[in-house]
Design a protein around this ligand. Sequence first.
Ligand code: ATP
Ligand code: MG
Length: 155
Amino acid sequence: EAFDVVALVERVVKRMQMTTTTHQLQLQKNAESMVIDADPRRVEQILTNMIANAIKYSPGQKSVSIRVTKDESDYDALIAVQDYGIGIPENQWSRVFSRFERGDNARAYGIGGTGLGLYLCQELVERQGGRIWFTSTEGKGSTFYISLPGKSPLS
Ligand code: ATP
Ligand code: MG
């Protein structure tokens, strides 16, 4: 299904902003619209999970940045959700997307959850031909990325 991913991101950011009084969600985009071919409900679910994590794992911080941009390939969409929170220590990196994985960082800060969010995100992204990955520095924050295949100019 073809839809405008920029409009979807805007809508999800607005909705998630209403769930928090502690964080300001900042949206950056490099295009006014970007049509991709994916399942918009799934993309919404993925993004909701990523933003919920960013808020939850940055207690005491004020902002979360969301960027939606055209990827280098020129037709893939790249969405990044960046927080300035507790970060993920390197020894946990390999397990972040595992089913029922709750990181030691979450436990250490007493942050609750079931450990399913990112497992589900990975399933849903890959089922749509996309990729999910992250960068993180302990004590400084994390950025989670998803890349979704665009509507090929040839199709
Ligand atoms: P759920 O999302 O099911 O409520 P959860 O947030 O613990 O629970 P995931 O979203 O799958 O589960 O994340 C897995 C683990 O990865 C978390 O327990 C946490 O240790 C770590 N993690 C995920 N996102 C972040 C983030 N933005 N900053 C720091 N750690 C994170
Ligand atoms: Mg989660």
